[in-house]
Design a binder for this molecule. Structure first.
Ligand code: 5RP
Length: 222
């Protein structure tokens, strides 16, 4: 918790007056939002584009003004969490189920900052199950296709019901242990009819902020 707080609060220094901000989702971003809420109370003017219903709810509580994504030309800066990041600075996201909106927001952002606790770092991606968002119609066939490729798909459940994303889709988590070729896997998944998006974020992050105990390390990737 302390590492998430440190990383989440560190990112706030990149926020400048007048920015349109992409606001990620999850327990690390929560600390960014808390700090951002304080700055707004003290007069900072920004507008946020939310990546999930849960982030929208937190923003409403904290008085962070939001603007619909379709009303912005671009996003100046997005701050988001990550589930796993490798030494090439590629990541897996979607543990919280918001991968689709997070990827759309990242794709129109000038700069993307990921904030992470030290447990998120790994040599190669795949320790964290890879989320894949799929449409409900025909989902059993998508599962079969993933099974036939030995990708160990597990339909995500929540309280004995199939988990639904903010878009009403399902998530399949691929238990891979190791991903040999992220680009190949990305193309394979994107080519399956019924797959909306996957949680591989390749060549997306500009700045990575990682908290390790009481130390915070910032890496400018691009
Ligand atoms: C949600 C995400 C989150 O960014 C990711 O799960 C990290 O979450 P946390 O900060 O709670 O560890 O991708 O879809």
């Amino acid at each position: 918790m302390q590492e998430k707080k440190l990383a989440g609060e560190e990112a706030v220094q990149y926020i400048k007056e007048g920015m349109i901000l992409g606001l990620g989702s999850g327990s690390t971003v929560y600390f960014t939002l808390q700090k951002l809420g304080e700055l707004i109370k003290n007069g900072l003017l920004i507008k946020g584009v939310s990546t999930s219903n849960s982030t929208t709810a937190i923003c409403q509580e904290l008085g962070i003004p939001l603007i619909p994504i379709n009303e912005v030309e671009r996003i100046d800066l997005t701050i988001d969490g990550v589930d796993e990041v490798d030494n090439q600075f590629n990541g897996i996201k979607g543990g919280g189920g918001a991968l689709l909106f997070e990827k759309v927001v990242a794709s129109i952002s000038e700069k993307v900052i990921w904030i992470a606790d030290s447990s998120k770092l790994s040599q190669n991606l795949g320790n964290f199950p890879l989320p894949v968002e799929i449409i409900p119609f025909g989902y059993t066939h998508v599962l079969k296709k993933l099974e036939s490729q030995h990708l160990n798909p597990k339909l995500r459940m929540k309280q004995n019901e199939v988990y639904k994303t903010d878009s009403g889709n399902y998530i399949v988590d691929l238990h891979l242990n190791a991903i040999e070729n992220v680009n190949q896997l990305s193309s394979f998944l994107k080519n399956i009819t019924g797959v909306v998006e996957h949680g591989l974020f390749i060549n997306v992050v500009d700045t990575l902020i990682v908290a390790d105990q009481e130390h915070v390390k910032t890496t400018n990737v691009k």
